[in-house]
Design a protein around this ligand. Structure first.
Ligand SMILES: Nc1ncnc2c1ncn2[C@@H]1O[C@H](COP(=O)(O)OP(=O)(O)OP(=O)(O)O)[C@@H](O)[C@H]1O
Ligand SMILES: [Mg+2]
Length: 315
């Protein structure tokens, strides 16, 4: 990894550690154990990991909400220790917890936020942002009257008032219904097209697989994988060949060393490692067992398989 060309990266973190001090009966907790993460400018980057892995801790360090114990972090080229103000101004963070002053209207909340960031009145885009997030008609309602999903979208709006080059979303779709999730991601993708770098954590693996160009998996405070999504998935050397025989197979055929499962619809699900076995070999075994093939398809491993494999292996 090259940390000297930070300009290439929206976020460059090296050797980041965080130990939370214990209090009372609670012992100390080492939440991050030396995390290296590079996020390319303009990319959509996913941060995944089970509950308690350290994702929010990492994000909160970037945002200046948690002090790291050790390591170096730069945000948009600004070192968070030496240039904390510029670093913080370079990102908008949508926190995992909803904490908002419920006595303002969404429009007021955005105007206040814009004021905090020193955005001049003639440069403010509060209504535009609310409209983009489907909150235009709620601009003057009280925040306490918004639904949970609307509050979450308002948090995204708040994170964008100062037009930061980086948007960080910590579990933005938790508790948001499917329709609103779609809307939220559409907005995020629009920002991405405009060149905004997006970092997100999500527990919905399909979401991460669909959206993120690169993914880091954190487990117990360590990065256990950090790669382009495609590569991460293909690094799991596992595929399944689904075979529909021309005639129903009722006794278990002898396919030698191949691992397979007979499905109730009469098809065979044959698991194989593409690096070791070729589909042609499998077909040969099938024909050797007297099975004629009517149809076949392959099923790739997905992010869920990779995730489970990596987090279990790390245990
Ligand atoms: N303020 C704190 N004081 C002490 N321990 C903390 C604090 N915040 C988090 N932790 C601990 O640090 C570890 C990492 O927590 P963190 O919130 O970063 O996880 P996460 O990956 O965001 O999990 P989740 O998916 O549940 O949001 C956990 O063991 C958690 O209990
Ligand atoms: Mg979290």
């Amino acid at each position: 990894m090259d940390f000297n060309t930070n300009a290439e990266y929206a976020i460059a973190a090296r050797g980041v550690r965080k130990t939370y001090g214990g209090s009372g009966m609670a012992p100390e907790k080492e939440a991050l154990k030396g995390v290296d993460i590079l996020v390319k400018r303009g990319s959509i980057f996913g941060l995944l990991g089970p509950n308690g892995a350290g994702k929010s801790t990492f994000i909160n360090i970037l945002a200046g909400l948690v002090n790291k114990t050790a390591g170096e972090v730069s945000v948009w080229g600004f070192d968070i220790d030496r240039n904390p103000r510029q670093a913080r101004a370079s990102l908008g963070v949508v926190p995992q917890e909803i904490n908002m002053d419920v006595f303002f209207t969404p429009l007021e909340a955005l105007e206040i936020q814009a004021g905090l960031y020193g955005v001049p009145k003639n440069k403010r885009r509060s209504m535009e942002i609310l409209n983009a997030l489907g909150l235009g008609d709620k601009a003057n309602a009280y925040v306490r009257m918004l639904s949970g999903g609307m509050k979450r979208r308002l948090l995204v709006a708040k994170a964008m008032v100062h037009s930061p080059p980086i948007l960080i979303l910590d579990e933005p779709t938790a508790g948001v219904d499917i329709e609103l999730r779609k809307q939220l991601w559409e907005y995020v993708l629009k920002l991405h097209e405009m060149g905004v770098t997006i970092v997100l954590t999500t527990h919905y693996l399909e979401e991460a697989q669909e959206l993120c160009e690169e993914i880091a998996i954190i487990h117990n405070g360590n990065v256990v994988a950090c790669e382009p999504t495609e590569k991460l998935i293909s690094s799991l050397d596992r595929k399944t060949l689904m075979v529909t025989p021309s005639e129903a197979v009722d006794i278990k055929p002898d396919l030698g060393p191949l691992e397979f499962e007979m499905k109730s619809d009469g098809s065979l699900a044959i698991a194989y490692q593409p690096s070791k076995t070729q589909v042609a070999d499998i077909l040969e075994r099938l024909s050797g067992a007297g099975i004629a093939v009517k149809d076949l398809s392959t099923v790739e491993a997905d992010l869920e398989d990779v995730f489970l494999e990596l987090t279990y292996r790390a245990e």
